[in-house]
Ligand binder design. Structure first.
Ligand code: CTP
Ligand code: MG
Length: 197
């Protein structure tokens, strides 16, 4: 495969996690009242919030569901050069397996985002303050860990072969921070986000 194809394939494979990571801004707009924070408002021993009001159960659960649906759509209607990225449908993966694999990838990606917020609060960073490159990479590390942990949901070996490839890992780790900064700037222009990072 040509160089560009490898990069596109990596980004495509990680689409459920990307979609999940972007979804909380939208679910917050659609369901503003479902705002129970993951930490239920509790404080850490340092007197600061455990995670803060920016990390909600709504974001986590809806993000997981949207990621599951994304994976299922990708598996059922594979696009041209990504026909290999069908989550192993036809090679032993079931529809439910693909949905749950995608759900877990999105859910875990957002757990990574929440874990990062825990460390942001400990460093005295306010909600919404930037912390580069952790804001950009938290969900990549957790999304990849999820692909490894939940690989038994798909056809044997499929997830490990697909994600734990040097090209895929390299693209995700180097390319995601760039994409993340671009997408957030667009979100700010569109007034979806309050801050441009
Ligand atoms: N969000 C949510 N639930 C989550 C994650 C995000 O409701 N689990 C929503 C919140 O409205 C949040 C917005 O998406 O403000 C943007 O998310 P993010 O930039 O990750 O959070 P921050 O508000 O910047 O918080 P932090 O400083 O803790 O990263
Ligand atoms: Mg974050």
């Amino acid at each position: 495969m040509a160089f560009g194809d490898e990069i596109l394939r990596a980004l495509w494979l990680f689409l459920p996690a990307y979609v999940a990571n972007m979804s909380p801004v939208f679910s917050a707009k659609v369901l503003p009242r479902w705002s129970t924070p993951i930490d239920f408002g509790s404080n850490h021993a340092d007197g600061r919030r455990m995670l803060g009001n920016g990390k909600t159960w709504r974001g986590l659960i809806i993000g997981g569901i949207i990621a599951g649906i994304t994976a299922l759509l990708m598996a059922k209607w594979p696009l041209w050069l990504f026909s290999g990225a069908n989550f192993g449908i036809g090679q032993g993966s079931s529809g439910w397996g693909v949905f749950l694999f995608g759900f877990m990838m999105g859910f875990m990606a957002l757990v990574g985002d929440a874990v990062e917020s825990f460390f942001k609060r400990r460093r005295n960073l306010e909600r919404g303050a930037p912390w580069i490159p952790f804001d950009q990479l938290d969900f990549v590390v957790f999304g990849l860990a999820s692909a490894f942990i939940w690989s038994p949901l798909l056809a044997p070996g499929w997830a490990v072969d697909a994600y734990f490839d040097p090209w895929v890992l390299g693209t995700l780790i180097i390319g995601t921070p760039v994409l993340h900064l671009l997408v957030n700037r667009v979100g700010y222009w569109l007034r979806l986000k309050d801050v441009p990072w």
